[in-house]
Design a binder for this molecule. Structure first.
Ligand code: OSB
Ligand code: MG
Length: 384
């Protein structure tokens, strides 16, 4: 380890040299969810995921873009990501340059972190596969068991919510997150707390409230929640600082954080005490590692969010959580919580203690099954 590695968790990764790429494809798949997934913004009934496929010297690597077909979580969509990747990002990918040089080039494109992450992840996975190592090894991280967390979407009735929490507790999930929205919050949390006094519990509002709701939100302080995620607008940081001063419960930012700079700003003004890192939202694995490393230095907890990914993105999130600074269980759940049938050959399952094993094998570990991709494909385009 060089002194630079000690300063930056990504120095060795920035020095990786990009291989020549023979083919690049974008393949959009659509997988039905086992049950609709509702947030305060939208209800999704299936996962429409745009995948990137790289072929290089006989090795094939797949990555997953975490955008949705719609802009209801983030402003990026599968269509904007396709446009940005095809017309602006892919032309910047050249054999022989380093990953650090590529990141510098990608910075000329403003925003579009999910599109950038798709390209960067595909290259990292390809390089790992060519070296015959697992993604976490390429990231310089030892294998470990990953703690689990379930995100329970908005339910139609409190009984349905209680049943969902009961199932999560029985599966030994390490923490349970429930979605809330205006009019479906304090009473619903109380119902869960009355029945499950000890379960590590948190709520996620996906930006449904305003500062005018501060008194209302303060009622959540009595339920010993581990945190409240993104109570205020998806684009706000400063009002979260006001709310955090008014609440005992820790605030966690999700939608508002697009990179290390946002993280530093949010922490410095006291807008949150926890950060949800979604590798796609922040532009990839390297930026995720920088955020987690930075937050760890300030004693701020970080966990990996999820975008109800297929087995490809789910595996990437698992590998990421071996990195320094991921201190809390994330939104990493069993494949079965979303899909009856996935597109990879290994399903994510919890062991008897609720932990998740890192998929074994080079790259993401799990193998992408061409027949399952074919079965689910709704669009495919060869870019190179
Ligand atoms: O806010 O974390 C969120 C899913 C889609 C969009 C936004 C969010 C979520 C989740 C599910 O909460 C996380 C997961 O299980 O992958
Ligand atoms: Mg969230």
């Amino acid at each position: 380890m060089t002194p630079r590695d000690r300063l930056s968790p990504t120095a060795a990764l920035e020095a990786l040299v990009l291989p020549a790429i023979d083919h690049v494809d974008l393949v959009t798949v659509k997988l039905p969810f086992v049950a609709p997934f509702g947030t305060s913004v939208h209800v999704w009934t299936d996962k429409e995921a745009m995948l990137m496929r790289l072929e290089s010297g006989g090795v094939t690597a797949w990555s997953e873009c975490v955008s949705d077909p719609d802009p209801y979580y983030a402003c990026e969509t599968n269509t904007t990501a396709r446009h940005i990747i095809r017309d602006f990002l892919l032309p910047l990918v050249e054999p022989g340059i380093t990953l650090g040089e590529l990141e510098t080039r990608l910075r000329h494109v403003r925003g579009h972190g999910m599109a950038k992450a798709t390209v960067e992840n595909a290259l990292l996975i390809l390089i790992a596969m060519q070296r015959g190592v697992a993604l976490h090894e390429l990231l310089g991280r030892p294998a470990k068991k990953i703690p689990s967390g379930l995100s329970i979407g908005l339910q139609d009735t409190q009984d349905a919510l209680l049943m969902a929490v009961e199932r999560a507790v029985a599966r030994r999930y390490h923490r349970v997150k429930m979605k809330v929205r205006r009019g479906q919050d304090v009473d619903w949390v109380r119902a869960v707390r009355d029945r499950f006094p000890d379960v590590p519990l948190m709520v996620d509002a996906n930006g449904d409230y305003t500062l005018a709701d501060a008194d209302h939100l303060r009622q959540l302080d009595e339920f010993n929640l581990t945190m409240v995620e993104q109570p205020l607008s998806y684009s706000d940081i400063i009002e979260h600082a006001s709310l955090q001063r008014a609440m005992k419960t820790a605030i966690c930012l999700d939608e508002s954080i697009h990179g290390l700079a946002d993280t530093a700003a949010a922490i410095s003004i006291g807008a949150c005490r926890v950060i949800n890192v979604k590798q796609g939202r922040v532009g990839g694995l390297l930026e995720s590692m920088r955020i987690a490393h930075y937050a760890a230095g300030l004693g701020i907890d970080v966990w990996s969010g999820g975008m109800d990914e297929t087995g490809i993105g789910r595996a990437v999130n698992i590998h990421l959580q071996t990195a320094e600074g991921f201190t809390l269980p994330g939104d990493t759940s069993e494949t079965a919580s979303y899909f009856d049938e996935d597109i990879v050959d290994q399903r994510v399952v919890l062991d008897a203690d609720g932990f998740i094993d890192i998929p074994r094998g080079p790259g993401i570990g799990a193998r992408v099954v061409p027949e399952l991709i074919l079965k689910r494909t709704i669009r495919a385009e060869r870019l190179r």
